[in-house]
Ligand binder design. Structure first.
Ligand SMILES: Nc1ncnc2c1ncn2[C@@H]1O[C@H](COP(=O)(O)OP(=O)(O)OP(=O)(O)O)[C@@H](O)[C@H]1O
Ligand SMILES: [Mg+2]
Length: 411
C-alpha cells in the first residue's frame, strides 16, 4: 500500500464472497458443475434457457467500507446484493459475514441474522401508506418484537438522524420522494445494523434532491461508519460515495478498485466506456499527486542557514516546519535578509516573520484545489491528519494530472 493511502482503522474483512454463482432456470446446478460452465451467458441461455445472473464472484468487503456495485442493467448487481442475505439463494459458492457462513444457515438462524445485522433500502421506498412515518420507521423493530416504548424511542432517534424530526405523525403520501426515501433510510437505521444494503436507493429522485441525499449520506456515513453496500448505475454517484467500486458485466466482476483507480486505470474497454465522462479533478487527490517539498526550512536553524539554503536552490521563498515536522508557513528571502541585517539577530526563525498559508489534506480532491491555486503564489502544502507536512502540490502538477492523457506517439 502506498504512503498516501487513507489512514483507516485495521482493515477487517466483514463480507467474504467466494466462488458465488447464481443461475436462474431449470437444473441450475448442472450448469455450474458441468461443461457448460465456461460458456458465455448467451450460449447458456440458448442451449438451456437458463440465465447466468452471477458467475464466480469473489469479493472481500471491509468493515466500515462504502462499497459500490456498478454495472449496466442486467449485469447482476441486485442478484448479488440479494444473495448476500439469501433473499435469493445462490446456486453455488459461499458468503461469510462476520465469520458466519450465511450460505449454510438454517432458515430460522438466517431470519435472526438478517434482522440483527442488516438494514435494507431499495429504490422503491416500500413504505406502508396507511402507517405514520414513525410507525414505518419502527416497523422492523416491531417485527423483532421490541416493546412499543423502546421501538418508538429508537425510531424517533433514527428519524432525527435523517432530518425528519417533526414529520413522525404524517403519512408517507404527504411526503416528497426524497423525504420518503429518508423514511426508508430511517427504518433501515432504526435497528442500528452493522451493514446497510442499498439497491439504487436514489434513482427515483430528481437530480437536485438526489445530490442532496448523496451529500447527506456521505455526512451520515462519516458519523455512523457502517459497512454500506450500495448499487448504482450512476458513475458520479459511485465516485462521490464509494471507498471502493466493483464493476460488473454479464454477471461477472471485471474490476475492483478505488474511484481513482477505476477512473485512471480502467481494466478494459467496458470500464473505459463507463468512466469516459469522469473528471479526474473529481477523483484524484492531493495525496496522490503531491511531491516532496524541494526546499524545506527548519525554524530552529535560524535565518543565516535558511538564507544559504534558499539561495543555493535559487528560491525566493520556502516552507518552514518545526521539530515535529508541523508546517508553520512560508518565509521569503527578503524577510530573511532583513532578519540578518537587524540589530538583534534572532537565533531561530521568529514566528511573526513566517506567513501562514492555505493548506489541504491528502484526501482533498483536485477540484477543491483550484480556488487555492488562484489565490496564492506558492505550491499548496499537503498535510497529514496530524498536521505534519506530507508534501506539496504545484499548479503544474494539478493541470498535468487533469489534462487528458496524450497518445503514445506525441513526440
Ligand atoms: N427471478 C429471476 N428469474 C430469471 N432471471 C432473473 C431473475 N432475476 C434476475 N434475472 C436475470 O439475472 C440477470 C441479472 O439481473 P439483476 O436484476 O441482478 O441485474 P441488475 O444489475 O440489478 O440490473 P438493473 O440495473 O436493471 O437493476 C439478468 O439477466 C436478469 O434477467
Ligand atoms: Mg437491479
Amino acid at each position: 500500500m502506498s504512503d498516501n493511502a487513507k489512514e483507516k482503522p485495521a482493515e477487517t474483512v466483514q463480507v467474504e464472497i467466494r466462488n458465488l454463482w447464481k443461475v436462474f432456470g431449470r437444473d441450475p446446478k448442472k450448469i455450474v458443475n458441468g461443461p457448460l460452465k465456461d460458456k458465455s451467458k448467451e450460449e447458456i441461455k440458448k442451449k438451456t434457457g437458463c440465465v447466468v445472473a452471477m458467475r464466480n464472484i469473489n469479493l472481500d468487503i471491509r468493515k466500515g467500507e462504502f462499497y459500490i456495485l456498478m454495472g449496466l442493467s442486467g449485469s447482476g448487481k441486485s442478484t448479488l446484493i440479494r444473495n448476500l442475505i439469501r433473499l435469493v439463494n445462490p446456486t453455488s459458492g459461499s458468503v461469510t459475514i462476520n465469520g458466519e457462513n450465511v450460505t449454510k444457515m438454517s432458515s430460522e438462524d438466517l431470519l435472526q441474522f438478517r434482522r440483527k445485522t442488516f438494514g435494507m433500502v431499495f429504490q422503491h421506498y416500500g413504505l406502508l401508506p396507511h402507517m405514520t412515518v414513525l410507525d414505518n420507521a419502527a416497523y422492523g423493530l416491531k417485527v423483532r418484537g421490541l416493546p412499543k416504548g423502546e421501538r418508538f424511542a429508537k425510531a424517533m432517534r433514527s428519524l432525527e438522524t435523517v432530518g425528519l424530526k417533526g414529520w413522525e405523525d404524517s403519512y408517507p403520501g404527504a411526503l416528497s420522494g426524497g423525504m420518503q426515501q429518508r423514511v426508508g433510510l430511517a427504518r433501515a437505521l432504526a435497528n442500528d445494523p452493522e451493514i446497510l444494503l442499498m439497491d439504487e436507493p436514489f434513482s427515483g429522485l430528481d437530480p437536485l434532491i438526489r445530490r442532496q441525499m448523496q451529500d447527506e449520506l456521505v455526512e451520515l456515513q462519516d458519523r455512523l461508519q457502517k459497512t454500506i453496500i450500495f448499487v448504482t448505475h450512476d458513475l458520479h454517484e459511485a465516485l462521490k460515495l464509494g471507498d471502493r467500486i466493483a464493476i460488473m458485466r454479464n454477471g461477472e466482476v471485471v474490476q475492483v478498485g478505488s474511484p481513482e483507480e477505476i477512473v485512471t486505470q480502467p481494466a478494459d474497454e467496458y470500464v473505459e466506456e463507463f468512466v469516459k465522462d469522469a473528471s479526474p479533478a473529481k477523483v484524484l487527490t492531493a495525496g496522490s499527486i503531491m511531491e516532496d517539498a524541494k526546499v524545506l526550512l527548519y525554524n530552529w536553524e535560524g535565518p543565516k542557514t535558511a538564507l544559504t539554503l534558499l539561495r543555493s536552490h535559487k528560491r525566493k521563498a520556502a516552507f518552514v516546519v518545526d521539530k515535529g515536522h508541523k508546517l508553520l508557513g512560508v518565509i521569503k528571502e527578503s524577510t530573511l535578509e532583513k532578519l540578518i541585517e537587524a540589530d538583534e539577530k534572532p537565533s531561530i526563525l521568529p514566528s511573526d516573520s513566517i506567513r501562514k498559508v492555505s493548506t489541504v489534506n491528502e484526501d482533498t480532491i483536485l477540484e477543491d484545489l483550484f480556488s487555492i491555486v488562484n489565490e496564492n503564489p506558492y505550491p499548496i502544502p499537503v498535510l497529514r491528519g496530524d498536521g505534519r507536512l506530507a508534501g506539496v502540490v504545484t499548479t503544474d502538477q494539478i493541470f498535468e494530472s487533469i489534462s487528458p492523457a496524450e497518445g503514445e506517439n506525441h513526440d
